[in-house]
Design a protein around this ligand. Structure first.
Ligand code: SAH
Ligand code: SF4
Ligand code: F3S
Length: 440
């Protein structure tokens, strides 16, 4: 048998890209590739890219430039670009960077083995179709290897919302849900390989409407099916849209013990004028009422969000409304970004905010969000939480895991193994994590 070829994958962007990179590694595993942690000894380099902001997209070209020397030393090295930049820029990538042998969009990963074979023969290959077939069904080749205690599982992909700033509907395509039986099979397989916690992924995960035995299922119905999987201890999902937060999902947060008390529910802005121009189809008030209903079902739920500052024509008063909304919600964690103009999206045509002003707003928003995050984290001190241990800590005998609320928790003198769940009393709150002790 010939020596295995080596594959180096670098992943940018969201959790779905992390999931996709695992699937690509499995697909190429069937072609004799094993993964390597360094590009230096790779036979194939794949960049799984993100197009969400300009900086993310530009990073790809600087990274590609760095492989020039490697390719000169090793003419057989193949370089591929996958993900959302591949989808958005296609052929342009090969024009800008002739080192690239292969460009594959997110809906074509099941064609990767054929593409790899063509690239090996010296062809330049590109596939950015939105094919009809289910790429996940074709992306088999799953080795039964043991896995860590947490895993992602894509249940829905694409987006029909067309927020005025966002490239995702163009790079991931229309909203598609996977049938429930395939998801359940995949979950079962993950559990057999050691997984205890699954995070269901979708660009609009709560719009899930995959086929079930009795017609389409909601995300809540899918969660209740996963609840029955023995050995699966925790269920999470991300990312949700406020307009798809259905009653049965809110209710499940109060009644499904395996569903964790954490919800990522981006709002983007607090001014109704800006929300309208963003094409968000909800108001600040309707979002706040929704949060109230969710907290009525599950009072201790940790709310997380995404924000954009400096959206075209955002005034100081609009920005103030965002700060007011944040005050009203009290976020446990949040991601905030300066608006980045994306060619081809409607907002790109609108009058832009002065970048210095946008920087200043971002700093003020982040200061408030950091303060809230710290307060919520500090409020855990003295409480008992369940921790799923994910790895050994830096000190002997120390283990690190995540609480139900997704806070990182360090436990000293811990005799538990990776994958164990244990009750832990929180003793102190540090910069980005909690410290606790096992409760016997
Ligand atoms: N599907 C998810 C995530 C989309 S991308 C959702 O609907 O929330 C993740 C975050 O990136 C978005 O929530 C938004 O806050 C941010 N984002 C998207 N486009 C952006 C842009 N053009 N400039 C700055 N931030 C952006
Ligand atoms: Fe982008 Fe809006 Fe769709 Fe989220 S809901 S992926 S922000 S278009
Ligand atoms: Fe980026 Fe594509 Fe995800 S643009 S955020 S990698 S869906």
């Amino acid at each position: 048998m010939s020596a295995p070829k080596k594959l180096f994958i670098k992943t940018y962007g969201c959790q779905m890209n992390v999931y996709d990179s695992e699937r690509m590694a499995e697909a190429l595993g069937g072609e004799g590739y094993v993964e390597t942690k360094s590009p230096d000894d790779a036979d194939m380099i794949l960049l799984n890219t993100c197009h969400i902001r300009e900086k993310a997209a530009e990073k790809v070209y600087s990274e590609l430039g760095r492989f020039k020397g490697l390719k000169a030393e090793k003419p057989d090295l193949k370089i591929g670009v996958a993900g959302c930049v591949a989808q958005a820029e296609g052929q342009e990538i090969m024009r800008r960077q002739p080192l690239v042998d292969l460009v594959v969009g997110p809906q074509s990963y099941h064609r990767l083995p054929e593409m790899e074979a063509k690239a090996r023969e010296g062809e330049k290959v590109l596939d950015t179709d939105f094919p009809e077939e289910d790429k996940f069904e074709k992306l088999k080749n799953r080795p039964k290897a043991k896995r860590g205690p947490t895993a992602f599982l894509t249940v829905q992909e694409g987006c029909d919302k067309f927020c005025a700033f966002c490239v995702v509907p163009y790079t991931r395509g229309a909203e598609v849900s996977r049938p429930a039986d395939r998801i359940l099979r995949e979950a079962q397989d993950l559990v057999e390989r050691g997984v205890r916690e699954i995070t269901l992924l979708g660009q609009n995960v709560n719009a899930y409407h995959g086929a079930g035995p009795n017609g389409d299922m909601t995300l809540a119905q899918l969660i209740w099916e996963l609840d029955k999987v023995d050995g699966l201890e925790r269920i999470r999902f991300t990312t949700s849209h406020p307009n798809d937060m259905q009653d049965d999902l809110i209710e499940a947060h109060g009644t499904c013990a395996k569903l964790m008390p954490y919800l990522h529910l981006p709002v983007q802005a607090g001014s109704d004028k800006i929300l309208k121009r963003m094409n968000r189809a909800h108001t600040a008030e309707s979002y706040l009422r929704l949060i109230e209903r969710i907290r009525a079902a599950r009072p201790d739920i940790l709310i997380s969000g995404d924000f954009i500052v400096g959206f075209p024509e955002e005034t100081e008063a609009d920005f103030q409304a965002t700060l007011d909304l944040v005050e009203g919600v009290k976020y446990g964690t949040a991601y905030s970004f300066k608006y980045s103009t994306r060619p081809g999206t409607p907002a790109a045509e609108r009058p832009q905010v002065d970048p210095k002003e946008a920087d200043d707003r971002l700093q003020r928003l982040q200061a408030l969000l950091t303060k809230q995050q710290r307060e919520v984290q500090d409020s855990m001190v003295g409480r008992d939480v369940t921790v799923l241990f994910e790895k050994a800590g830096r000190f002997p005998g120390q283990m690190v895991g995540k609480s139900d609320y997704l806070h990182a928790v360090h436990v000293a003198d811990c005799d538990r193994a990776i994958g164990d769940l244990a009750r832990v009393r929180i003793l102190s709150s540090g910069a980005n994590s909690l410290a606790g002790a096992l409760i016997d």
